[in-house]
Design a protein around this ligand. Structure first.
Ligand code: CA
Length: 221
């Protein structure tokens, strides 16, 4: 489940991103509306957490633009204005849900889980390559019908590789997708996680390594 956080308060955006990565979400962060629209066109975002009060291109405009483009992502709008009128306006703009700031983190998580369930109704629930399958809703992975006991990081890496659908994923992108505080980490944790993930996936090896380019998954059914 890939979440895009659009929030101009950098500290809030970063702490949300760290928390959600810890919950096993793949997370991207941008700090303005224009960047949000660009990112939404580049990656398959399942859920956008969208601050309504953004500088320049406002959250309302971002929301309406995405809906005009018939983008299938779910949108959870955050706003400091929590009155009933604002709530109705946000939903009228095409937001799927609405949360007033300041909010309790546990409530945000609950809303996200609800949106994730709805997102999977229209998006892909199961990612696969050959005999490797990953169920993003039930959070289980298996190979040739055999369940894999993966750590949250191994699961996240496998999910990223499967999302790329045979394309390469650079270790820095895996760091950004899966780890909290990616800036404090280095690629050795990615290498180690790939190593243990490979071992758990078993033979024949399905993770290809291209030095300087990244990793990709290629499994036969
Ligand atoms: Ca703001």
């Amino acid at each position: 489940m890939r979440v895009l956080i659009v929030e101009d308060e950098v500290d809030l955006a970063d702490s949300l991103a760290d928390g959600l990565r810890g919950e096993g979400y793949l997370v991207d962060v941008v700090h303005d509306g224009a960047a949000a629209l660009v990112k939404a066109g580049q990656v398959d975002v399942d859920i956008m957490i969208l601050d309504r009060d953004l500088p320049e291109l406002r959250g309302d405009v971002v929301c309406r633009t995405l809906r005009d483009q018939q983008h299938p992502m779910r949108i959870l709008m955050l706003t400091a204005a929590g009155t009933l009128d604002d709530r109705v306006a946000g939903l009228d703009l095409g937001a799927d849900d609405y949360l007033a700031k300041p909010f309790a983190y546990v409530e945000l998580l609950a809303r996200l889980r609800a949106l994730a369930r709805r997102a999977t109704e229209s998006n892909q629930i199961v990612l696969s390559s050959g005999d490797v399958r990953l169920d993003t809703l039930r959070r289980v992975a298996e190979r040739d019908g055999r369940p894999l006991a993966l750590t949250p990081k191994e699961f996240g890496v496998l999910e990223s590789l499967l999302y790329a659908d045979g394309g390469h994923v650079h270790p820095d992108d895996l760091l950004a997708d899966v780890w909290e505080n990616p800036a404090d980490r280095n690629r050795s944790v990615v290498k180690l996680t790939i190593h243990t993930l490979r071992r758990k996936l078993g033979d024949p090896d399905v993770i290809r390594t291209s030095p300087g380019v990244g990793y990709r998954i290629e499994a036969r059914a």
